[in-house]
Design a protein around this ligand. Sequence first.
Ligand SMILES: [Fe+2]
Length: 277
Amino acid sequence: MKIRKKKSSKFKRFIKILLIFILVCFLYSLVEPYLIEEQTIIIQDSDIPQNFSGKKIVFVSDIHHGRFFDRDRVADIVARINRQNPDLIILGGDYIYGDTKYIEPCFEELSKLEAPLGVYAVTGNHDEWENYRLTLASMKKAGITILGNDAEWIEVGDEKIRLNGIGWSSPLEKNEAFLDGIASKEFSVLVAHDPGLAEELEMDNIDLMLSGHNHGGQMTLFGLWAFYLPSGYGQKYLTGIIEKGDTKILVSNGIGNTFVPMRFFARPQINIVILKK
Ligand SMILES: [Fe+2]
């Protein structure tokens, strides 16, 4: 009888500790969306022109302004980006979540972004699902250059780099034709919301790809494994730098949330890319 009693009290204690642990994890996941990480990476490449060595690109994706991420928080992100004194700002798509009413206020805040070499952006799936036309019009009004199956040359003095962008729903053949025109010697950046595109496109002449979409898994098993990654290809594009041939693919955790206002071991990120020759 005594042994049985001892066993049941041990089991009760275990259940109690487990419940406390689950509660702590749950509460932490409500706090983590506010713990924004400013993550710096250095991209060193012999194709980077001398005039661009040391230039700072700030990349931000998946803001998802909506009921989980209010306008004040978008304003805070804008202030944080501007405090970095970036040379160039690139936005990776998915600006809102849940309702078209968030589009215009989001871009009113994003119009305050400041960078001498400009602000460039692609669209994500949520932008096309909500109101694509209004998104594009709001971007233009905000002074943001849209990269939709298009390339822009960014110039510093007599040197330049190529900035390529792919919009969410453009057909694969069109993307391939567009990327065909890149020469191998130029430093070429591809901005596309979905990192999974790297598996489908000819990436030989792309030096750096910037993408988001996966939110770092948003809810993960302590950062090691995500329950769901919309990009596909298993856990490959969870977060961070993934290399494919000579291409470095930066997969950002993004800023906002979808489905639930929670993150677990997938902190929101502002990605700071320093170019080095
Ligand atoms: Fe997203």
